[in-house]
Design a protein around this ligand. Structure first.
Ligand SMILES: [Cu+2]
Length: 133
């Protein structure tokens, strides 16, 4: 195993650990303690592809499960392995706590998708990792 292989393996281990952390944090999100909302992000296609645009759908609900309307929602997309510059996607309100928008993953690989949601003077951010084809 040469140095390059070792580096790649180290990177993969870190990426997997980060993915597990991100997903774990997402699933076990408490409604209280500074995180007022439950946010679920889905993508179409899934997994996302660098060959075309991806449609993002964010569903936001409060601690009681009621949809949160009247907020502003956006996404920032960044590769974990390199700086590709800013990639900001604004999500438009569709009612019933749903916010949608489309954006482009410019390369295949692992991307961090950071959601920022603001309503009633509070902001919550969450991120997940997407393996883009
Ligand atoms: Cu890249």
């Amino acid at each position: 195993m040469n140095f390059r292989t070792l580096l790649l393996r180290s990177y993969c281990a870190v990426a997997v650990a980060a993915a597990v952390l991100a997903l774990g944090a997402c699933r076990s999100l408490p409604a209280a303690g500074g995180r007022p909302w439950k946010m679920a992000l889905t993508m179409s296609p899934s997994p996302a592809s660098s060959a075309g645009d991806t449609v993002f759908t964010l569903k936001v609900s409060d601690a009681a499960g009621r949809p949160v309307n009247g907020g502003t929602a956006s996404l920032d997309l960044a590769m974990t392995s390199m700086d590709m510059g800013p990639n900001h996607v604004v999500l438009a309100p569709k009612g019933n706590g749903v916010y949608t928008g489309s954006g482009a993953f410019l390369m295949s690989g692992t991307w961090r998708c950071t959601v920022t949601f603001t309503a009633g003077g509070r902001t919550q951010t969450e991120s997940l990792l997407e393996k883009v084809r």
